[in-house]
Design a protein around this ligand. Structure first.
Ligand SMILES: Nc1ncnc2c1ncn2[C@@H]1O[C@H](COP(=O)(O)OP(=O)(O)OP(=O)(O)O)[C@@H](O)[C@H]1O
Ligand SMILES: [Mg+2]
Length: 495
């Protein structure tokens, strides 16, 4: 060992050795350029490069922005994923926001690196942009991500890690998605497309399954049904059915039918298309409107019993669809129409009909198998009141409130809708005052002689209508309906 300080002669020897090595390399290079054909030169250079470069232990995956004409989904996923990995050491960050995004989004700038850890694997991401060489060319810059890691983790990165990136990106996209409420009366929004027939506003309905006052069993059954539906892509494909599901929500006004639709949309992150059948004048119109709806959406037709006059308007259309000559398009015809369209071009579609009068519906619509799930949205129950008291007054521990127990008893025997209960609870921020108001309201209702439920929750209306009303209005029925739905759903998927 020697130190440079101690031995100036050693330094000069080192420099002269380096100078003669550099001179010989230049000589060899100029001889190669002079005497060896160009094609062979590149082989020689790559062989020299191979000999003098130490064997690399790392592997780099290139993820280009585009694959041919289409966007590379892995690139898109990486872009979203890396937003969550920006660390304090990152020097430059880009910020953006589109109308479809709830929050600002941050991305790394070109040349920046981000590190990640997946179990015991250390990974390094780099964002690379290559400017077009010719400034006048129409080519835009080429962008890609480089993902570098130790070679020994190749299998795990290619399999589990990249899948993890895709899944996480999907979650982020869902969390950030601004849901849209499409309506044909809303002003047309060019950014949202919709084939020119739908306008849209942001869906800002705050209803969620947590805030819905419903029988807990029924709520659970609906959530399970939705979960199963979205996970059954392969099932629908295998059995050759359109990947869609129909719900019929029925019950008196103010029982939460529209709120349930909003809760479903918020839960699934599906947009809502609110279709007024009265605004449709022909089959071709209907087809155009339906074709311009997107996948992962809920098509809602409210108050379907009030839309019966569609029969006459649709029957005059010159483009009769799947209908015998002179036949009128019925509600079931409309459903066949939708089925036909969606089995050829729609995925992950939910259709919801609502009505206050199930008894007025076309029997074809109520036939088993027509709408997949029938949900009775009924009057407020004790369980429903609990949810509303917690939502509106923040009441959780209610054992100490005698008035609360009294109200629970009154609600079980009086027909009040959740909307009416909510209105009373909003009368004061003081829980006691609000509960007083509600108790007074319930007592007045009872004294006014509103149909009162008997012990089994069946009211005392007589006659045929009464029979139907009994089914509609029975609070205690909800649990049974929930069990029925579960059984029906299980049976359906077993088959
Ligand atoms: N089950 C419920 N849970 C929580 N809030 C409810 C419920 N039902 C009604 N509400 C409250 O009452 C309001 C009206 O309810 P909603 O519009 O959902 O009723 P609806 O059944 O669709 O009525 P309609 O038959 O008139 O369309 C809601 O904005 C909500 O505040
Ligand atoms: Mg409604």
């Amino acid at each position: 060992m020697f130190s440079l300080k101690e031995s100036p002669t050693a330094v000069s020897t080192l420099f002269s050795a380096y100078a003669s090595f550099a001179a010989s390399m230049m000589l060899i290079r100029s001889m190669i350029n002079e005497f060896i054909p160009f094609q062979i030169q590149s082989y020689i250079y790559s062989a020299i490069h191979y000999l003098f470069t130490p064997l690399s232990t790392s592997l780099t995956i290139i993820i280009d922005e585009d694959c041919g004409m289409t966007r590379n989904q892995v690139y898109e996923a990486a872009e979203l994923y890396l937003r969550t990995k920006i660390s304090p050491s990152t020097d430059r960050i880009r910020v953006s926001k589109t109308p479809r995004q709830k929050n600002l989004s941050f991305t790394i700038e070109k040349g920046e690196e981000v590190t990640d850890q997946f179990d015991d694997i250390k990974l390094k991401w780099r964002f690379v942009c290559v400017e077009p060489q010719n400034q006048n060319s129409h080519n835009t810059e080429k962008r890609c991500f480089e993902l570098t890691f130790h070679k020994k983790f190749k299998e795990r990165v290619m399999g589990s890690y990249l899948l993890h990136v895709l899944e996480r990106a999907h979650q982020i996209k869902n969390e950030e998605k601004v849901l849209k409420l499409y309506n044909r009366d809303c002003p047309y929004d060019s950014e949202d497309g919709g084939g020119g027939s739908w306008g849209s506003v942001n869906l800002e309905h705050p209803a969620t399954f947590e805030t819905l006052a419903m029988d807990p069993e029924l709520k659970k059954a609906i959530i399970e049904d939705l979960d199963r539906f979205v996970m059954r892509k392969d099932f629908y494909r295998r059995v050759g059915k359109a990947w869609k599901r129909g719900y019929l929500l029925y019950g008196p006004p103010g029982t939460g039918k529209s709120s349930l639709i909003a809760a479903m949309a918020n839960y699934l992150k599906f947009d809502i298309y609110d279709l007024e059948l009265t605004s449709i004048y022909s089959n071709s119109d209907l087809r155009r409107v339906l074709l311009s709806t997107t996948n992962r959406s809920i098509l809602v037709i409210e108050d379907i019993d009030c839309s019966v006059d569609i029969k006459d308007r649709l029957s005059n259309d010159q483009y009769q669809y799947d209908q015998p000559h002179n036949a009128k398009l019925t509600l079931s015809g409309l459903l066949n129409f939708i089925d036909g369209l969606w089995s050829s071009c729609g995925d992950e579609r939910i259709i919801v009909f609502t009505t206050n009068h199930k008894d007025r519906l076309d029997p074809a619509l109520l036939r088993p198998g027509r709408m997949d799930v029938h949900i009775n949205m009924s009057y407020c129950s004790g369980e429903g009141f609990k949810v509303l008291a917690s939502n509106y007054l923040g009441l959780h521990d209610t054992c100490q409130i005698p008035l609360y127990q009294e109200i629970e008893g009154l609600i079980e025997t009086t027909e009040v809708t959740p909307a009416q209960v909510a209105e009373e609870l909003m009368k004061s921020d003081d829980a006691n005052v609000a509960l007083e108001a509600l108790a007074g309201f319930l007592k007045r209702k009872k004294a006014e002689g509103n149909p009162v439920k008997d012990e089994e929750g069946v009211d005392n209306i007589e006659g045929d209508q009464g029979q139907e009303a009994k089914k509609l209005k029975t609070n205690n029925n909800i649990g049974r309906i929930a069990r029925k739905i579960r059984r029906a759903v299980k049976g359906r998927y077993k088959r």
